[in-house]
Design a protein around this ligand. Structure first.
Ligand code: AMP
Ligand code: TRP
Length: 339
């Protein structure tokens, strides 16, 4: 198949801090496995990042760090387009158009905005509020068919689908009928919501003030062992059935991590460790994490040191992305009746 008739995948990661195991298992690992069968675009979404304050110097470094992490995890620039969102102006242009398609009532339902804004609703940026319209623009600019993301992005994907459908309907008499294909989310159960190592009810996140809650891609082997040995569990023995996990969120999380890394079901892992000590399980989990993450970390450090290679990859990526998005934007403007 030539790249032209392959289905398209689009996804993005914000350059807002150290990437962690949740980003890897929930998103980037899947980006890697999709890239051979799909025409894939993987974006570093810096315009999303600035919806909350970013120190400019750190933002620049974080952009290169996400690019390095993409490469170190196995995204191959020969198969995939890797680029920075702000280097392709069509993202912001389409986002403006979608600001005019999307409805206030739809945005008001977004739980991520409510969580991020919290009590400070009147004083957060308006970009944080319209963020899902920009995300819809990212995806629809390339007419992506599939969007691999973690569970927290599900609602934003639904909004993207609503925007695509509304555009198609509103402009159906003007050449917009079925213009946008409706993208499907790819949210894998098990790895779509990796939880904090310290609290099984909270998502593992870049923004948690304690780094003991997450395994970062740059953690060395000793730190991985330390974080897993201190990971919260409960006083009960290793579980004997899936049912028991309903009331044991921390244990479920560790088993989920084990199962996604090993690519075996949680039941298989339960059977393997049934009757064994927790310390045994944790030792095996650390070993497994190290076997998967150490090669990534070493590669990441190597790539990060080669800034001109990263810049080359990004400028090639942006060239390819502009070529694709210019065509779509032209068609969209023509349908709408713009300039
Ligand atoms: P972000 O770091 O918010 O830009 O997220 C990048 C990708 O990682 C998105 O697809 C998220 O849904 C995914 N992600 C972030 N945190 C987690 C987590 N704790 N578990 C699974 N996926 C996650
Ligand atoms: N909103 C996503 C997050 O915070 C990042 C993102 C931006 C994205 N645009 C996207 C993900 C398009 C998938 C597709 O994780």
């Amino acid at each position: 198949m030539t790249s032209n008739n392959k289905k398209k995948v689009f996804s993005g990661v914000q350059p807002t801090g150290a990437l962690h195991l949740g980003n890897y298992l929930g998103a980037i690992k899947n980006f890697v496995s999709l890239q051979t069968d799909y025409d894939s675009l993987y974006c570093i979404v810096d315009l999303h990042a600035i919806t909350v304050w970013q120190n400019p110097k750190e933002l620049k470094d974080n952009i290169l760090e996400v690019a390095s992490a993409y490469l170190a995890c196995g995204i191959d620039p020969k198969n995939s387009t890797i680029f920075v969102q702000s280097s392709v102006p069509q993202h912001a242009e389409l986002a403006w158009i979608f600001n005019c398609i999307s409805r206030i009532g739809w945005l008001n339902r977004m739980t991520q905005f409510k969580e991020k804004a919290g009590k400070n609703k009147e004083n957060v940026s308006s970009g944080l509020y319209t963020y899902p319209n920009l995300m819809a623009a990212d995806i629809l600019l390339y007419q992506a068919d599939l969007v691999p993301v973690g569970d927290d992005q599900k609602q934003h994907l639904e909004l993207t689908r609503d925007i695509a459908q509304k555009f198609n309907n509103d402009y159906s008499d003007f050449g917009g009928d079925n213009f946008f294909s409706i993208p499907e989310p790819l949210i894998l159960s098990g790895s779509a919501r990796i939880m904090s190592l310290r609290d099984g009810s909270k998502k593992m996140s870049k923004s948690d003030s304690s780094s003991m809650t997450r395994i970062e891609l740059k953690d060395d082997n000793d730190l991985i062992v330390k974080k897993i040995s201190k990971a919260k569990t409960d006083p009960l023995p290793m579980p004997g059935s899936l049912k028991e996990l309903d009331s044991r969120p921390e244990v479920r999380n560790l088993l989920n991590i084990f199962s996604s890394l090993r690519e075996e079901t949680v039941s298989e892992i339960i059977n393997e460790f049934n009757g064994k000590q927790f310390s045994d399980f944790k030792k095996n989990l650390s070993d497994l994490l190290i076997s998967k993450l150490e090669p990534i970390r070493l590669e990441l450090l190597k790539i990060e040191a080669d800034k001109s290679y990263i810049r080359d990859v990004l400028s090639n990526g942006s060239y390819k992305a502009i070529e694709k998005s210019e065509k779509t934007i032209k068609e969209i403007k023509n349908i709408i009746g713009l300039g």
